[in-house]
Design a protein around this ligand. Structure first.
Ligand code: DGT
Ligand code: CA
Length: 359
């Protein structure tokens, strides 16, 4: 059976989420910053939307430099990782049902094996269109998708057209697709290896594919030499592997900002059936319970407590309530806008007795 793999990568992920939740900034250059807090502008850029990229602002750049390149319209925002994780979780849940196996590769990208479900590249393209539509309709975000006979080609195909792209590379097109590819653009060839290969006058995938294995082995070691040459030929047998979730979480905005424990706790409670459902579906147990608090000034804090491994959401709720009570005691005068609950340190397939078993 031919393998058909999709790679999905959300476009300017953090920035697009912020544009979606703050409609007033749509259309402007947006820069998402991780402020280190030392001085007002110290820290780095996490990502920038495409408008800001046109100004030369990009991931990893010092905020100070981004400010220099910005125009008067540019919006700088502090990053809100809890919120981005929540959106990411929802999207992964949405697209999981569209494929045979989903492997989440980072917060905003996933490999999907659709060999069985699609059966042909034409059908895979239809699945890709549907995935784009679902993400657009449900979350208001765009993504770019690559389709190929393996993970390597799918990932590289997805990079060809961004944002909102769809690129298909069939088995018979792999050789032409790879031929002129500069080696630094081959996924999995790092900067150092690329420099080393450049020293050997190897500039393109084709150069690498045709170069002497013996010489490559001398410079890179046996295993790596072979692996690099496989990549240059577009060969990749690695399977799409379902990764089990490390955590389950839910967030909710309060009807109005509040510092009243009963009001806040009832909002937390409203999330418990959802968490219970996910735990049951995954047959997981957890050991750590966290609450995420976002106050009216949008400051986020996370507090955690470790309990014994369980699948009982009532125990999580009890821990969450005591964490919340402590937060309120220590933050008098501050009100909460959003709250979240998270269970983590998950284990699978080793079901522990729940509280109910003892009653
Ligand atoms: P894209 O995929 O080119 O349209 O743009 P992004 O922003 O989605 O970039 P990507 O896919 O490389 O990374 C996904 C998210 O990861 C991105 O929205 C922000 C975060 N990220 C990427 N690079 C950095 C970095 O250097 N520092 C930090 N803190 N976060 C980063
Ligand atoms: Ca991305």
């Amino acid at each position: 059976m031919q393998r058909i793999i999709l790679h999905m990568d959300l476009d300017s992920f953090y920035a697009s989420i912020e544009e979606k939740r703050k409609p007033e900034i749509a259309g402007k250059p947006v820069v998402i910053c991780v402020f280190s807090g030392r001085t007002a502008d110290s820290g780095a850029v996490a990502t920038a939307n495409y408008k800001a990229r046109e100004l030369g602002i990009k991931s990893g750049m010092p905020i100070m430099l981004a400010r220099k390149r910005a125009n008067s319209e540019t919006v700088f925002l502090a990053y809100d990782i809890e919120f981005y994780r929540e959106v990411s979780d929802r999207i992964m849940d949405l697209i999981e049902t569209e494929c045979d196996i989903l492997e989440q590769a980072s917060i905003d990208e996933a490999y999907m094996d659709v060999s069985l479900k699609a059966g042909s590249f034409e059908n895979a393209a239809r699945i890709a269109e549907r995935i784009k539509e679902i993400i657009r309709e449900q979350e208001g975000l765009t993504c770019s998708i690559g389709i190929g006979p393996n993970k390597l080609i799918a990932k590289m195909a997805g990079k060809m057209k961004k944002p909102d792209g769809l690129t298909i590379v069939r088995e018979r097109e792999v050789a032409a697709f790879m031929e002129k590819m500069p080696i630094e653009k081959i996924h999995g060839i790092g900067k150092k290896t690329a420099e080393l290969l450049n020293d050997l006058d190897i500039k393109t995938a084709d150069d690498l594919a045709k170069s002497s294995l013996l010489i490559l082995e001398q410079r890179l070691g046996k295993n790596k030499a072979r692996l690099m040459q496989d990549k240059a030929r577009g060969i990749d047998d690695s399977p799409v592997e379902q990764r089990v979730a490390q955590q389950i979480s839910r967030m909710k905005t309060l009807a109005e900002d509040s510092d009243d424990i009963e009001t806040i706790y009832s909002t937390m409670r409203a999330m418990s059936p959802d968490i219970r459902k996910k735990i049951q579906k995954k047959q997981a147990t957890f050991r750590t319970v966290s609450i995420i608090t976002i106050d009216s000034k949008l400051e986020t804090q996370t507090r955690s407590e470790t309990i014994s491994q369980t699948d009982d959401v009532e125990l999580a709720m009890a821990a969450a309530r005591s964490l919340l009570s402590k937060w309120l005691d220590e933050n008098k005068g501050r009100k909460l806008r959003r709250v979240g609950i998270r269970v983590s340190n998950l284990e699978y397939g080793r079901k522990q007795k729940s509280l109910g078993d003892f009653l």
